[in-house]
Design a protein around this ligand. Structure first.
Ligand code: NAP
Length: 263
């Protein structure tokens, strides 16, 4: 995908990875439509980017806002949609209120499918276009303490694969990225403690953004970022039983720190 001069709609632009993606795309010469809810952070980002960036406030849990983003995106001449907005939800399923589970599914799975669906009639008319999904390693390596989040990201991965196959005779490419933990506000203090306890590496958002933007030039459409997480997700695809054993060894820490999150 040619990024110089591309018109990019970026959701979650006010977040840790979104800000880094905006800078990396801007450096490639892309024009940006920055979507999010936090007007202050989006305004500061637009100011730091200077030209070639505009802001659109939208809550992606609201169907009317998704319609509005799609309309603005068509007027903007979008040829690239990056579904990056997301929330986490560390906790044991039985102890989580349904509202939390529902929000995790809405924002991480339903919203990207719905926004893609609404923008697709516009994108297929472009000579070259792409839809990018920011998933998670937990989409391929579902983890205890993250049942709803893992389900949403696994769903997003399935959506990406099915859509890529469905759009194979159109100009629209479909990318799926599965980062491991990233050092952003998405991770609550308890999630950070869990990562530290389990020895999980947290990548810098700028490093992940660079990898994503570089990969958009190529034709490999699915990327799992980070080793050994990439290897473990591949093993999980071969035989989840092997991963069950490894996660079982960590379960007491996952449960203990999850209950600290609730306290
Ligand atoms: N951080 C990690 O460890 C990690 C690891 C793997 C994958 N990821 C994925 O990377 C992506 C970006 O996450 P991040 O780490 O940058 O998190 P972040 O810093 O918390 O940013 C999340 C972004 O999502 C937006 N968002 C949340 N709810 C929204 C809603 N209802 N409507 C519109 N926008 C909404 C936020 O916008 P406002 O603040 O303006 O509301 C913010 O821009 C997510 O898809 C996440 O699942 C993150």
């Amino acid at each position: 995908m040619q990024l110089n001069g591309a018109h990019v709609v970026l959701t979650g632009a006010s977040g840790g990875l979104g800000i880094a993606l905006a800078h990396a795309l801007h450096a490639e010469g892309a024009q940006l439509l920055l979507c999010g809810r936090d007007a202050g952070r989006l305004g500061a980002l637009r100011t730091s980017l200077g030209a070639n960036a505009q802001v659109l406030l939208a809550d992606l849990t609201q169907p009317a806002d998704i319609e509005r983003v799609a309309t603005e995106a068509a007027n903007f001449g979008a040829d690239l949609l990056i579904n990056n907005a997301g929330i986490s939800g560390y906790g044991l399923l039985a102890q989580q209120p349904w509202a939390v589970i529902d929000a995790v599914l809405q924002i991480n799975l339903i919203a990207p499918i719905r926004l893609t669906h609404t923008m697709l009639p516009h994108l297929v008319r472009k000579p070259a276009a792409a839809v990018v999904m920011v998933g998670s390693i937990f989409g391929s390596l579902p983890f205890a303490g993250f049942a709803a989040y893992s389900s949403a990201k696994a769903g997003l991965r399935g959506f990406s694969q099915a859509l890529r196959r469905e759009l194979a005779d159109t100009p629209v490419e479909v990318f799926y990225f599965a980062p491991r933990a990233i050092d952003t506000a998405l991770n609550s203090p308890a999630a950070r403690r869990l990562n530290a306890t389990l020895g999980n590496t947290q990548d810098a958002p700028e490093q992940v953004a660079r990898r994503i933007v570089q990969s958009l030039h190529g034709t490999r459409y699915e990327h799992h970022l980070g080793f050994p997480e990439r290897l473990f997700s591949w093993i999980n695809g071969l035989n989840p039983r092997w991963i069950d054993r490894g996660v079982a060894a960590k379960l007491s820490a996952i449960k203990r720190i999850a209950s600290e999150e609730r306290a």
